[in-house]
Design a protein around this ligand. Structure first.
Ligand code: UTP
Length: 292
């Protein structure tokens, strides 16, 4: 079975839910504690064994490319000042030459269109797709669990997790079929089901392993919801041709594309840091007391 070596990161969205912050700064570069959101997602992919990182970018996103490049002046200054710890941290996150590729979507015509823009860079092999808005906190990387399931089953894998049953109309929801190894067969998939009609409360949380046939389907895919080319529409067709498996992720997911998820992520990641945990607790206690 072909190893999953490449990951696609669609970062061409306009981030309208996060204006005005995203007017000049890409939402993927907003920081959760002290790392840009995109760094968390790239780190997750690397921890899952990904070797090549493909970014589908757009206008005003060049700073993402700069973030993953070497900054000679900065590295040199840190070295001269003996800031070894900071230097080592930067170097540990640095992709090696040739490990990254960037292509432009040119027109933000939807997630499905953004993924299709990566077709030549991915080529004829399975690939991981990570939505950079969604960052995760768990002992084992979500994508690592999916790669392990892929090694047992092949085909296409979609990560899901539980949401509040009253919130299913906001997400892509899957119906669960028979268990297969550490995953299960997906028997149906519905994008934003009307209230009370969802087949489960398992929502698609932004991590996929897909076969390259998805590109042929995306090329023919017509515009759907929001007049955009929707990935879910093409995946429903893919599911008719090839098995689709679900991977039930049990950690935390934060939607950093919206202010509430972003605030939650900052609190959750700060609480994990020995030097910041008390800062969060003391601040919340102090401000809660003031408000009350
Ligand atoms: P979202 O719908 O969450 O991103 O797309 P958005 O369009 O930037 O958000 P809002 O609604 O305006 O705030 C999910 C992912 O797909 C990417 C986004 O960058 C995000 O990572 N995307 C979306 C593209 O790359 N291109 C698109 O045309 C649309």
């Amino acid at each position: 079975m072909t190893k999953v070596r490449k990951a696609v990161f669609p970062v061409a969205g306009l981030g309208t839910r996060f204006l005005p912050a995203t007017k000049a700064v890409p939402k993927e570069m907003l920081t959760v504690v002290d790392r840009p959101v995109i760094q968390y997602v790239v780190d997750e992919a690397r921890a899952a064994g990904i070797e090549h990182f493909i970014f589908v970018t757009g206008r005003n996103k060049t700073v993402i490319e700069d973030h993953f490049d070497i900054q000679f002046e900065l590295y040199d200054t840190l070295e001269h000042r003996g800031k070894v710890e900071q230097l080592e941290r930067l170097r540990s996150m640095q992709p090696a030459p040739g490990e990254t590729s960037f292509t432009r979507q040119q027109v933000p015509m939807g997630l499905g269109h953004a993924v299709w823009c990566a077709r030549d860079l991915v080529g004829d092999e399975p690939f991981a797709l990570l939505l950079p808005d969604m960052i995760m906190q768990s002992d084992e990387s979500c994508l690592k669990g999916m790669v392990d399931l892929y090694a047992q089953t092949g085909n296409n894998i979609v990560a899901v997790q539980e949401c509040d049953p009253a919130e299913t109309h906001k997400y892509g929801i899957v119906a669960k079929g028979a268990d297969v190894h550490t995953g299960f067969e997906i028997s149906d998939m519905v994008e934003k089901p009307a209230k009370g009609t969802a087949p489960s409360n398992l929502y698609i949380n932004g991590r996929y392993i897909l076969q390259p046939q998805i590109f042929d389907l995306l090329a023919k895919q017509e515009r759907g919801a929001g007049n955009e080319i929707q990935l879910t529409d093409a995946m429903l067709k893919l599911g008719k041709e090839q098995p689709l498996y679900g991977y039930h992720y049990r950690g935390e997911t934060f939607d950093c594309g919206s202010p509430d998820g972003f605030v939650e992520a900052n609190i959750a990641f700060a609480m994990q840091r020995a030097d910041l945990r008390d800062v969060v607790i003391n601040t919340v206690n102090r401000l809660s007391a003031r408000k009350g």
